[in-house]
Design a protein around this ligand. Sequence first.
Ligand SMILES: [Zn+2]
Length: 506
Amino acid sequence: MRFSRLLVPTSKETPNDATLASHIYLIRGGFIQSVGGSGLYNFLPLGKKILDKVRAVVKDELDKAGCQEVALSFVTPATLWEESGRLEKYGKELLRFKDRKNNDFILGPTHEEMMVNLVRQSVKSYKQLPLNLYQINLKFRDEIRPRFGLMRGREFLMKDGYSFHASEEDMHREFALMEETYKKIFTRLGLEFRVVEADSGAIGGSGSKEFMVLADSGEDTIVVCPDCEYGANIEAAVAKPKSYDADTEIKIITMKALYDEGETKIVHFALPVSIELQDVKACNAVNANDLVECEESTDIQTLVVDAALEGIDSLNAQEKSYADISAVQENDACIHCGGALTYTKGIEAGHIFQLGTQYSEPLGCNFLDENGKSVPMVMGTYGIGVSRLLAGIIEQNHDDKGCIWTKESAPFDLHIIISNIKDEAQVALGEKLYETLKSKGVDVLLDDRKERFGPKIKDFELMGVPYGVLIGKKLADGMVEFMTRDGMIKEEMSSEEILSFLEGKF
Ligand SMILES: [Zn+2]
C-alpha cells in the first residue's frame, strides 16, 4: 500500500475523553473514529484491517478445534428473552425497541437465547451431538457510561460460541478443549495473558475461567500465586482460611440488595475489622442482582457472616448464614500451595463458562437420548472480545510515542519511509524494495508522501508497524537504516544488502 493513497488521518491531538493509551493511540493513529462521543466507533481502513487479522486468528484456531461458524440475526425478538427469564433481569443495558407492528425487540448483548433457538429447531437426537457453534458478530450493550474507547464501548465485535452436549462429562471435555484453543489464540496474537478462575456473573452457571491480558491499566484485579498455576479474579479468589479467636473485632456493613422487578432488601454483612468485603461474593451470597451502599440502619434481619468467623461470632439475626464474602489480600496464603498471593492487573478479553442446562431447560432445547428419553442438552459458552482485543494489544504494547503492534496483529509487515521524495535515488530504492517485497507476499507500506521527514517518522512511531526501513540522506554514502519499532532500535545497513536482508526476514 502507498501511504499517499491511504486514508489514515493521524493526529497530534489527544481526544478530550481519553485517558488510556489504547484509546488515545487508536484514535491518534487513525485506526478508529469516535461517532459523536457516545461509545460508538467507526473502524477506518487500518483499524478494519487489524480487526480482520485478529478475527482470522480466532476463526482459524476455532475451526481447527472443530467449531462451526454461523451468523445470527443481530436483532433479537424479546420473546426469546422472556422465555429464558432474562428480559427483566438484564436491566437497562439491554437496548429494547418496537417494530412498526408493535412487536418488542432487543439488540443482543449476548446470544445464548438465539443460539439455543437455532439448535432446538434442528437438533433432535443424541446422534447429532456434540455441537460447537460460534459467530463473530456485533453486540450492543447500552452502557450507562461508555469509556476507554474500544475497551468499554457500547457496540462491540465479539466472538461468542456455544456448545451442546448429551452429558455433563462431554461438556467438561469441550470446556477443556476451548481453554486450550483460547490459549493458542492469545499466544498467536503475541499477548502476555493469564487464565484465571472467575465469577460467573449474569450469564450464570457454574465453573468459569477468564483470559486476562496483563496490563497495568486493566480494570480487573487478579490474584496470582507466584509458586503455582493458581490465578483468580479478585471476585472469585480464595485463600487458605485464616483462623480467628473469640475476641476478634468484627465490623458490620449494611447494603441494599437489588432483585428482579424492583424488589430490594436490606442486608448486613459481618466480617473481621481488618478484612474488606468483596462485593461480588457478597452479592452472590444473597442471590441479588446488585448491591448498593445504604445509610439506613434497621434491625438486623438478614445477616451474612464471613465463613472464617463460623463458630466464633455470637451475632444474632432472624436469618443468619455463613459465606465467603472476604476479599483476598496480598500475601494471603495460596489455597493450593501456601505461596504468598500477589495482585496484578488485567483486561478481560475472553471468558468461558460451563452453563449446564440453565438455558436449555427453560427454552425447551431437548434431545432424545439413547433410551429414547427427552432430556435437556448440557451447554457451555465461550466468548472473546474481538474489538476489545485491539485495545488490549495496545495497552500491553505501546510506549510514549505510540502503538507497537504484535506480528499477527500488525497492519503491515514493513513500513518503508522515503525521506525526501524529490531525491531520485531515494525514490528508486524505495520503489524497488516495495515492488520486489510486495511480489513475494510481504505486506509493505511505502511512505511516498510529499511530506517532510519529521511527520513521516512520527507517523511510523504512532502507527506502530513492527519494522521499518528509513531511506534518507545517508543513501548518498550507500547506507539505509533498518528500524525495529519496539524500542526504536535503528541499525545502519548497506543499501546493496538491504533487499536480501529483508527477503530473509519476512
Ligand atoms: Zn500456589
